[in-house]
Design a protein around this ligand. Sequence first.
Ligand SMILES: N[C@@H](CCC(=O)N[C@@H](CS)C(=O)NCC(=O)O)C(=O)O
Length: 288
Amino acid sequence: MGCCSIELSLTNLVLFGVLFFIGKKAIKFFQKWKVEKMLEKWDEAPKDKLILHTVWRSKPMPSVSPFGLKLETYLRMAKIPYEVLNNNLDTTDPMGPKGKLPWITYQGVHVADSQLCIEFLNKKFDISLNKSASKEQLAAARACRVMLEDHFLWGLVQYRFVDNINALSQLMKIPGIFKLLLPIRSYQLKQRMISNGIGKHTPTEIYQMTGADLHTVSAVLGSKKFFGGDEPCEDDCALFGSVAQAVWGLPGSSFERLCQGELKNLKEYCVRMKERYWADWDDCRDKS
Ligand SMILES: N[C@@H](CCC(=O)N[C@@H](CS)C(=O)NCC(=O)O)C(=O)O
């Protein structure tokens, strides 16, 4: 009798395992199919227009995505035409082929990842925004970009999505159904932080570690106007995309306080970038 019940539960376990495996495969297959369908739709987009797929406009600033703000700033720096009102900025399919935003469609080609988009566009339009900066300035700017995008980002995630998820609607409009899913999103991101390693620290430790990134970036900027010197270099778009989040996109955070006080050269830098490339900053904010 006992042995029979062990056999039964073993059969159930195997059955459960098989169903779990099939379910996972089915979800993957469905996701792949959805992406293919979505890309087929964008294959038909007019070939002469560059379409920037990104998150919808937010309240304090045009984009609360560091990567979205980076790529849009790059397009402005490189003077590559995309007009928001001409519908060249798409927010219906913000997530691209790699499940992330931003991404672009140009001449039937889809490119995902802000940095890969920049490299692709540099080649397509024969652009170099690094002509006036020194080798040292470019190296320091790159190091700061990688630090902000791959390390400081987790401080932003901790503050915005883990500790203050309910305040997200102060930053951007959240459609009804998404509001219900926010706790799940918060949980997913926390899990991602744990797999990364940084999520194993306490929030205070995470804020200290990522606040130190801002100190470093501020020291590298020093009294320069831009990370490229008197003129911005290519990485200035990325540095602006991330630092602007600390200045305008994380209200009430220690990052915001740092940029208003001790590290005020970072805020001054963001204002300089904003004035230079975003004369329409307020028009690009969601004022509803
Ligand atoms: N390395 C990527 C990062 C893009 C990224 O992480 N985007 C975020 C929004 S700011 C995203 O799409 N997150 C969705 C997710 O990871 O599930 C890039 O430079 O584009």
